[in-house]
Design a binder for this molecule. Structure first.
Ligand code: GLC
Length: 422
């Protein structure tokens, strides 16, 4: 597909997934609004309709809880084709929603939209209105997910990571209670079973959900009561980057919160760098209940480059590692190292390439002058979209499109790439 056709195709995908003010990730598989999807999707809209981009974020924030949390799914309109839906979550937010959060890319998205805006007046007005909501969201992280001020926030559910069935969670998840599913899964009706998480995993996911619901989703209780508590390298890298961008917003609008944000940043630089393993020369997430590093090589280990906290020496080493992975697959970047036992080329977060990962890591590697890896991440991402289409994820050896089709963040990030230099 030539570039003008690719652009038109990507726009058509966003239009097809538009439900009027918010965009669904994929029509049948994910019929609601998701948190980090909305962030990436806003970047796509911004390339041809800035007003619509801001609307995407405003709709998401309409579901923000009074304690500051932004939920990971917003059920604007009921859809029986999805499990677990609003009646299962039964969460207390102002709009029906889930009761947990997702990777906090939002402040970074707002900053990027503001920086690149063509309509400056609109962007300034919108960013100014969103700023206090972002600040409340980040304060919630500090309060509810890092009550001991360690500099690392905890995930209490694999769904919060956005990397649902990554092998990183296997051990920690296996220790959590299972609950029988009250209704049939719907996802495997839309996508072949071998490309989705297992039913055993779903029973653990659901067990955690029930546990949190029984506690009334009270964020003062959840952290201490959760049988799953993990400091994810990727999630914390995204939050660190988002705090940097929140600081930039605060400076632009001259708000009085600079010192508070700098305090979070100081703590998270040190804490993120403490995830580095000098023997394996890689970053690992940490299980906060056992205190142990989770020694599994996934794309998470590169994410401190996106945060910008790594030293040049560590970045150079990580570029070599990415190069090694690249020799074992046709397309960068497999979500799990192909030499890991848990690698599965076609199953969701256990091996396939995801365009949002390439998009974040491209920025990370480029910021450290690792141009070859950065170019390949972008080039492979675009080629996958060009040759296979706007799929949710891709087989790293063959490039076959997998999972949901008409997948909105794939289309949106292709548009962002094309607009910023192809
Ligand atoms: C899956 C993905 C998650 C995404 C959601 C909607 O749950 O793991 O990252 O946000 O689908 O696309």
């Amino acid at each position: 597909m030539l570039t003008p056709q690719l652009t038109e195709h990507a726009r058509d995908v966003l239009r097809a997934d538009d439900r009027g003010g918010y965009t669904v990730p994929s029509p049948r598989l994910y019929p609601y609004q998701w948190l980090w999807d909305a962030g990436f999707i806003a970047l796509g809209w911004a390339t041809f309709d800035e007003k619509r981009a801001w609307e995407e974020l405003e709709r998401l924030f309409s579901a923000q809880w009074s304690d500051g949390m932004v939920p990971h799914i917003v059920f604007h309109r009921a859809d029986p084709g999805y499990f677990p839906g609003p009646e299962v979550w039964a969460a207390p937010g102002p709009v029906p929603s889930s009761g947990i959060t997702q990777p906090p890319v939002l402040a970074s998205i707002v900053w990027r939209l503001l920086e690149r805006a063509k309509d400056d007046a609109l962007a300034e007005a919108k960013a100014k209105t969103l700023y206090p909501k972002l600040l409340e969201y980040h304060r919630w992280f500090a309060r509810a997910r890092d009550p001991q001020n360690t500099g690392l926030v905890a995930l209490l559910h694999p769904w919060e990571s956005g990397l649902d069935n990554s092998p990183i969670w296997d051990e920690a998840l296996a220790r959590t209670p299972r609950a029988a599913l009250p209704a049939a899964r719907r996802d495997t009706g839309h996508v072949p079973t071998e490309q989705r998480p297992s039913t055993l995993e779903y029973e653990h996911y659901f067990g955690l959900l029930e546990h949190f619901k029984a506690l009334g989703y009270d964020s003062g209780k959840l952290y201490h009561a959760s049988p799953f508590r993990v400091a994810s390298a990727s999630f914390n890298a995204i939050l660190h980057r988002a705090n940097r961008d929140l600081l930039a917003l605060s400076e632009t609008f001259e708000t009085p919160d600079e010192a508070e944000i700098r305090g979070w940043l100081d703590r998270s630089v040190t804490a993120l760098e403490s995830l580095w393993d000098e023997t394996d020369r890689f970053y690992y997430s940490r299980d906060l209940l056992s205190g142990e590093a989770i020694r599994l090589r996934t794309f998470e280990g590169f994410m401190p480059l996106y945060a910008g906290t790594a030293s040049q020496e560590r970045a150079d080493r990580l570029a070599e590692t990415a190069g090694d992975w690249g020799e074992r697959v046709r397309y960068l970047l497999p979500s799990t190292d192909p030499s890991e036992e848990s690698f599965e080329a076609r199953r969701y977060w256990r091996g396939p390439v995801w365009l949002n990962v390439n998009w974040m890591l491209e920025q990370g590697f480029r910021a450290y002058g690792q141009v070859d890896v950065a170019d390949r991440l972008r080039g492979d991402g675009l080629e996958l979209a060009r040759t296979s289409g706007m799929w949710e994820y891709f087989e790293p050896h063959t490039g076959e499109g997998l999972g949901g089709h008409t997948f909105a963040w794939s289309a949106a990030l292709v548009l962002d790439w094309l607009e910023n230099g192809g």
